[in-house]
Design a protein around this ligand. Sequence first.
Ligand code: KG4
Ligand code: ZN
Length: 340
Amino acid sequence: MNLILGIETSCDETAAALYCPRDGLLAHAVFSQVAEHAPYGGVVPELASRDHVRKLTPLVRRVAAESGVALSDLDGVGWTRGPGLPGALMVGAAFGRTLAWGLGIPSVGVHHMEAHLLAPMLEPDPPEPPFVALLVSGGHTMLVQVAAFGRYRVLGESVDDAAGEAFDKTARLLGLDYPGGPAVARLAAEGRPSAVTLPRPMTTKPGLDFSFSGLKTAVLHAVQESDGGPGSRADIAHEFQEAVVDTLVIKSRRALDRTGCRRLIVAGGVGANARLRERLTEEAAERGFTVHYPRLELCTDNAAMVAYTGYRRLAAGFRDDMDFSVRPRWQLSELAPPVV
Ligand code: KG4
Ligand code: ZN
């Protein structure tokens, strides 16, 4: 197993990557559909599927050309099986499975959150399990205990909105463009600390679950009570970001204490947030644990993480048969562990 193609089409990014276990990541390319969906204020599933159809072949060609390899050199294909938008997933599934069939090589459907979780493995000096993973994306907020590759225990997760979703909804309330996370972070940098107060949901209760929908409602009230000017919008963005970051830091610390792990990895789109990285790095230095992040472009959706996860799963003996299926809803806890 020397050359693996990864394909990601679960939401609004089309991505392809080539991974080689000996040389690491050879190339990865992402086409973001942001401009396509921006006029609608969010992802339109049908448009996403159509765009994946248009962009996937050129992206695969591009990563092959950049790596100087031919598709006939491939040994395996990993594609995102779920969770995600059904039609969007089908595009990557059909493409990946058909390409593998044509080449007579194995393919495997990858869990998108396992892929996010393994993204830090693509960095120099990758963390060795056991560790705790804080997965913060647009659809999921989770703390996961990782005993070994494929052995995951979900310690806590969001009971309602995910952290990324809260960023996106707050952006809308503040009149910012989709996607909201980076836009809120930019506005937050102009806000004054503690000019408004928002709750840190579920941090005073024991446990490792999250809830962000109350915070979103609190943002709505803060917007209604404000004068609506740029200064007060920036103050709200600042406090919102602090509230989310505080919550994620408190729960991550609690998960490390509870499991006795001294390593934390952070992945998923919200993991690109500079304030979250800054706070966790400070916390790690103070409390004597290590924290690992993928580079920014591997925090948000990409196919490098899918190629790597595909490689790990194929190497562990996982294979798709011709009767492939997508899993738009798929819990990480349902994922089959490798047989050792
Ligand atoms: O992991 P991801 O790319 O896609 C999913 O699998 O959902 O995460 C996307 C989410 C979006 O909600 C986006 O607003 C958020 O990550 N995000 C950020 C930042 N960059 C992306 N949130 C906060 N700060 C950022 N810098
Ligand atoms: Zn994702």
